[in-house]
Write a protein that binds this ligand. Structure first.
Ligand SMILES: Nc1ncnc2c1ncn2[C@@H]1O[C@H](COP(=O)(O)OP(=O)(O)OP(=O)(O)O)[C@@H](O)[C@H]1O
Ligand SMILES: [Mg+2]
Length: 317
């Protein structure tokens, strides 16, 4: 998918194990500036990769470098450089939101005189109002996610690692969290967001790494991925089942049938590599079908995801 411009995090052939379980297996990735999505199903190794970047997990073999320094970072330097929003509960329950964020800011190297002001600013940004003066034990999941985000950004780190930041939030909360992430992903920042939800990653990311079973199976700039498939068309056809089968078989001779989908009383076909549409009309006539829709189509990350998992074969039929 082409080279990464200015990689900020580079993993080279990481092998990470938990006892007998291999969590990362020859995992290589280069994360550029901007927002990158780490996309993969449960158990793929997303959190393990994030913890490896933080130095919380030692790989059995392989190398990881963060901001051009290989292993050379002290713990404090790492904390100053990286903000981390963990996946699970990690908050100190009997602290108030504000206390926790200012405490974390001090741990991340902020001087006392800045900590108060910066903590308020981070909480404002994350959208936590008066609740900041309440104990965390009384917080809803959404509020907890906001405090987690605030403590992650409070010291203005260059690199931010957000492990499933929308987990447990309602739809509005999710949308808001994603738009906050877009905002923090401004100039000169590197944000890595892990998720198993395609459209979330699609919505915010400039770059994406698809991970499965501990391996990086696809990576690249979203823009390149989406443009890599030219001349895509979406068709909706109606007719007898047998005729539709023959129709799709005919199409396959000329083009790549990306996928087919049954939709109520019609068949949806996504075609790629299309040069001329003439043969489509001929086949429609030949099999006595009704062509109800035909438009250029945009490739989504989902198509890419499906294709990655199938090793390039067609889907849905
Ligand atoms: N502490 C642990 N002890 C043993 N195995 C673990 C541990 N943590 C993770 N694993 C295993 O390592 C693999 C990768 O786990 P990881 O948590 O990195 O996946 P993930 O992509 O973050 O999944 P999820 O979407 O569920 O958060 C899985 O098989 C998991 O069961
Ligand atoms: Mg995880």
């Amino acid at each position: 998918m082409g080279d990464v411009v200015k990689p900020r995090i580079v993993a080279d052939e990481l092998l990470v194990k938990y006892g007998r379980t291999t969590a990362l297996d020859s995992f290589s990735a280069a994360i550029p500036e901007g927002i990158s999505g780490l996309l993969g199903p449960n158990g793929a190794g997303k959190s393990t990769f994030i913890k490896s970047i933080l130095g919380l997990i030692e790989p059995v073999s392989g190398k990881i470098s963060v901001a051009d320094s290989e292993d050379g970072l002290s713990r404090l330097a790492r904390r100053e450089l990286i903000g981390y929003m963990p996946e699970h509960r990690c908050l100190i329950e009997d602290m108030k939101g504000f206390e926790l964020v200012s405490y974390m800011s001090r741990l991340s190297g902020l001087p006392r005189e800045d900590a108060v002001e910066r903590s308020h600013a981070a909480l404002d940004f994350a959208g936590l109002d008066e609740e900041r003066y309440r104990e965390i034990s009384s917080y809803s999941t959404g509020m907890r996610q906001r405090v987690k985000l605030a403590q992650c950004i409070v010291h203005d780190p260059e690199i931010m690692l957000l492990d499933e930041p929308t987990t447990g939030m309602d739809p509005d909360g999710k949308e808001e969290m994603l738009s906050l992430i877009k905002k923090i992903g401004g100039s000169e920042k590197t944000v890595l967001i892990s998720s198993h939800i395609l459209h979330e990653v699609e919505q915010v990311s400039d770059y994406v790494v698809i991970i499965n079973e501990g391996r990086s199976i696809e990576s690249g700039y979203m823009k390149d991925m989406m443009e890599s498939e030219e001349n895509r068309y979406k068709l909706k056809v109606r007719g007898q089942e047998k005729a539709l089968e023959k129709f799709v078989k005919d199409l396959r001779k000329e083009w790549e049938v990306v996928r087919t989908e049954d939709e109520k009383d019609q068949l949806v076909v996504i075609l790629a590599g299309l040069k001329s549409t003439k043969n489509i009309f001929q086949s429609v006539d030949r099999y006595d079908l009704q062509l109800r829709y035909m438009r250029p189509d945009v490739m989504t990350l989902e198509d890419f995801f499906l294709r990655s998992f199938s090793g390039g074969e067609d889907h849905g039929d």
